[in-house]
Design a protein around this ligand. Structure first.
Ligand code: OAD
Length: 380
C-alpha cells in the first residue's frame, strides 16, 4: 500500500477523527422534536459558533433568530410558571421511571475544579486571551488560524493539558448515575479529561470536542504519539508530522474541524433517552447545542446552569422542560440529597481522590470493567 493511500485511510483513524457524509446528519434531523432555527445549520458537520452560523446564513440570504430573540418573543406570549425542578425530577428517578439518562455537559461542570469556562464575562477563557495577540478569542481554536500560526494555541495548550485539576462533586454525581445503572451516555464538550479521571468508563462517554489523549497532523491526520506531541509542546516546540511536515496537534476539535466519529452515536442514544440532563453549558456551539432537541417530545429535559440558555430562555418553559438556576455544585448536591445519594457520592469521591481502590465492579458495563481501572488512573 502506498504511503499516500495509507494516510488517507487514516482519516477514519485510531485518533478517532473522521469525515462523515452529509446524509447522516439529515437522518438525525428527521428525528428532532424541534428543529433548530435553520435545519441547514447542522448540515455542515464542522464545529461552528453561533456567530459563524449567522455569517453563513447571511451569506445565503437567510435570517438567523438568536436564542435571545426567541426568548423575547416567547416571553411576550405568556408568563413563566416556576416548577419545582429538582423535586420533580428526583421523584421521577425515585419512582424508577427513569432508566436511560443522557447527560449533556459543558465547561460549567469543571469550574468547581478550578478550570475557567469559556464565556463567563471576566473570568471565562475568552475574556483572558489578550496576551496571545489573536484577532478574536475563538481564533485560538480555529483550524485555519492554527494552520497559519500554531503558537498561540500551543502556548495555551501548556495550561490546558490535563494533569493540574481534579474532578469535583458534579463529575462524581454523573459517575454515580452510571454506578446506579442509569447513565445511558454522557456527551461532554470538555477537553479537561475529568470525566475519565473520575471513573466514567470510555463506553459511557462521548468527548464531542475531542481530547488531549491522542494527537495527529492537522493537515493529513496521520496519528502522532500523544506523549511526544505533549513533550514538544511543553518544550515550546511545534511537533511536526513525519509524513507531510504539517503541524501536529492534540485531537481537540477546532472550529472548522469535524467532530469525532463517536459523536455520531447520538443518533441512536438520544431517541432512547428517558431523561436529559443538561449541565454547565451555554449551548452556543453547533452541532452540539442542537443535540438537546433530538430526544422524544415526551422526555423531560433538566437544565442545571447559572443562567437560562438555548430553548430554556423561552417563557413559559416548554412542557417537560425543567431548570434549576444557580451554582451547579449546589444544585447537583440538592438533587443528590433528594435521591438519598449524597453520602454515597462523598464516600466515592473521597475514596477515589485518596487513591483507595474501590471494590466496586461496574454492574452495567458489558465488559464488566472496573471503573477504577488503571487506564483511567494512568491518564496523568
Ligand atoms: P461556556 O463558557 O460557553 O458556557 C458555560 C456555561 O456554564 C455558562 O452558561 C455559565 O454560566 C455556566 N457555568 C459556569 N460555571 C458554573 C457554575 N459553577 N454553576 C453553574 N453554571 C455555571 O462553555 P461551553 O458551553 O462548554 O469549544 O462551551 C462550548 C464550547 O465553546 C467549548 O467546548 C469550546 C468553546 O469554544 C472548543 O474549545 C472546541
Amino acid at each position: 500500500m502506498s504511503k499516500a493511500k495509507s494516510s488517507r485511510d487514516r482519516r477514519i483513524n485510531p485518533a478517532g477523527v473522521t469525515r462523515v457524509t452529509r446524509s447522516s446528519i439529515i437522518t438525525t434531523q428527521d428525528s428532532q422534536r424541534t428543529k433548530p432555527a435553520d435545519s441547514g445549520l447542522v448540515d455542515d458537520l464542522s464545529l461552528m459558533s453561533v456567530s459563524e452560523q449567522q455569517a453563513l446564513l447571511a451569506r445565503e440570504g437567510k435570517s438567523y433568530q438568536s436564542p435571545s430573540t426567541k426568548s423575547v418573543l416567547s416571553s411576550a406570549s405568556g408568563s413563566s410558571v416556576p416548577r419545582e425542578a429538582l423535586g420533580t425530577i428526583g421523584r421521577l428517578m425515585k419512582l424508577g421511571r427513569v432508566r436511560n439518562i443522557v447527560v449533556v455537559a459543558g465547561a460549567g461542570i469543571s469550574t468547581a475544579s478550578g478550570i475557567p469556562d469559556f464565556r463567563t464575562p471576566g473570568t471565562g477563557l475568552y475574556a483572558n486571551l489578550a496576551k496571545y495577540d489573536i484577532p478574536y478569542p475563538e481564533a485560538i481554536f480555529n483550524i485555519d488560524y492554527f494552520s497559519d500560526n500554531p503558537h498561540p494555541f500551543f502556548s495555551l495548550a501548556k495550561e490546558l493539558y490535563p494533569g493540574h485539576h481534579r474532578p469535583n462533586y458534579v463529575h462524581y454525581f454523573i459517575r454515580m448515575l452510571h454506578q446506579k445503572g442509569l447513565l445511558l451516555r454522557m456527551y461532554t464538550q470538555n477537553i479537561d479529561g475529568l470525566e475519565k479521571l473520575c471513573g466514567i468508563p470510555d463506553d459511557k462517554l462521548v468527548e464531542a470536542h475531542g481530547s488531549f489523549a491522542t494527537a495527529a497532523c492537522h493537515l493529513c491526520y496521520t496519528p502522532y504519539p500523544a506523549e511526544e506531541a505533549k513533550q514538544a509542546i511543553m518544550n515550546g516546540n511545534v511537533p511536526i508530522c513525519t509524513f507531510c511536515a504539517g503541524a501536529v496537534k492534540p485531537n481537540v476539535v477546532f472550529f472548522g474541524e469535524d467532530l469525532p466519529e463517536k459523536y455520531f452515536q447520538h443518533a441512536e442514544d438520544f431517541p432512547k433517552a428517558d431523561l436529559l440532563m443538561i449541565m454547565g453549558t451555554s449551548l452556543k456551539i453547533e452541532p452540539f447545542a442542537s443535540l438537546i432537541n433530538t430526544v422524544k417530545s415526551t422526555v423531560p429535559r433538566l437544565l442545571l446552569n447559572r443562567d437560562a440558555v438555548g430553548p430554556f430562555e423561552r417563557r413559559p418553559l416548554r412542557r417537560g422542560d425543567y431548570m434549576e438556576l444557580g451554582d451547579l455544585s449546589d444544585s447537583v448536591r440538592k438533587l443528590a440529597e433528594i435521591l438519598g445519594w449524597h453520602t454515597e457520592i462523598q464516600d466515592l469521591m473521597n475514596s477515589h481522590e485518596n487513591g483507595v481502590c474501590c471494590s466496586y465492579t461496574d454492574p452495567s458495563s458489558s465488559s464488566g470493567e472496573n471503573s477504577d481501572s488503571s487506564e483511567t488512573d494512568s491518564m496523568h
